[in-house]
Design a protein around this ligand. Structure first.
Ligand SMILES: NC(=O)c1ccc[n+]([C@@H]2O[C@H](COP(=O)([O-])OP(=O)(O)OC[C@H]3O[C@@H](n4cnc5c(N)ncnc54)[C@H](OP(=O)(O)O)[C@@H]3O)[C@@H](O)[C@H]2O)c1
Length: 261
């Protein structure tokens, strides 16, 4: 019997590395055709080859998600190639960090351009056709930082907080349209995004990109509103809701912000 993802078409941004690559491979392994998008065409083609080896169609598309016109072109090319998009994984992201006093408008704009508008423009590129077909699933890869930011992360946390808020409302706006929305908020994941910049304490142990990919596929199948991985992230989230001051203290005490590389 065909599985849930068999024959579906998924567009994944940020598919050249980390969570995006792992999710593309997991979807391909479940029989989905995959459109892989990001800037690094060589890495994308390697990921596409790995997906094709699982017996599905896969194609690489070069795009800089911080450029709205490139995302719009991406949408057109993917529809030309595959005819539809059933699943969007809006995942491309950049870890834009800077201590509060050093933050400039340009730094905030960079974080928003990639992490927020890079996702919302991808949604705009696929949503009209999903609504017309009354079918589709949008996954927004945000971050636990969007729920409770860490010291030094203000630009990144602001862009992810905006994305999480956008996703929460989009989900409600799309109620009964046939299009579902899942916001994914990972804690620390072992990918170049993090390991190139930070060393983190054992208590905020990194999980694998593959573990996040499995949680994403589960979230789609179950039409979950929000996925927080690992589950301990929920504790961190609830402590902050109950007492932000206590959560700040825990961040300082446990060195959760880690150390710069
Ligand atoms: N790692 C973590 O601890 C963690 C935690 C929470 C959330 N996240 C989120 O998870 C997502 C994936 O990150 P990752 O951890 O898998 O990191 P990663 O391995 O560095 O992957 C980031 C991906 O985003 C793409 N990308 C970055 N800027 C782009 C741009 N302007 N246009 C197109 N693609 C762009 C990169 O591809 P190219 O370089 O080829 O363009 C790459 O494929 C991000 O949104 C990140 O914020 C990560």
């Amino acid at each position: 019997m065909a599985g849930y993802f068999s024959g579906k078409v998924a567009l994944i941004t940020g598919a050249s590395s980390g969570i995006g690559r792992a999710t593309a491979l997991a979807l391909a392994g479940q029989g989905a055709c995959v459109a892989l998008a990001s800037r690094n065409l060589t890495a994308l083609n390697q990921a596409a080859d790995a997906c094709r080896s699982k017996g599905v169609e896969a194609e690489a598309f070069q795009v800089d998600v911080s450029r709205p016109e490139e995302i719009s072109r991406l949408g057109q090319e993917v529809f030309q190639r595959f005819g539809k998009v059933d699943i969007l994984i809006a995942n491309a992201g950049e870890y834009v960090r800077r201590p509060g006093p050093e933050i400039t408008q340009a730094i905030l704009e960079r974080a928003m351009a990639v992490n927020f508008y890079g996702c919302t423009n991808a949604v705009q590129a696929v949503l009209p056709s999903m609504l017309a077909r009354r079918s589709g699933h949008i996954v927004l890869v945000s971050s636990l930082d969007g729920r409770k930011g860490l010291p030094g992360d203000a630009p990144y946390a602001a862009s992810k907080g905006a994305l999480t808020g956008y996703g929460e409302v989009l989900r409600q706006d799309l109620y009964r349209t046939g299009v579902s929305v899942t916001v994914v908020s990972p804690a620390r994941v072992d990918t170049p995004l993090l390991t190139n910049q930070l060393r983190v304490p054992a208590i905020s142990n990194m999980i694998s990109a593959e573990a996040v990919a499995r949680a994403i596929l589960r979230g789609i199948r179950r039409r979950q509103a929000e996925v927080i991985v690992p589950w301990q992230g929920w504790l961190y989230y609830f402590v902050n809701v109950l007492s932000p001051g206590l959560a700040d203290w825990a961040v300082r005490r446990l060195h959760l912000n880690g150390w710069e590389r």
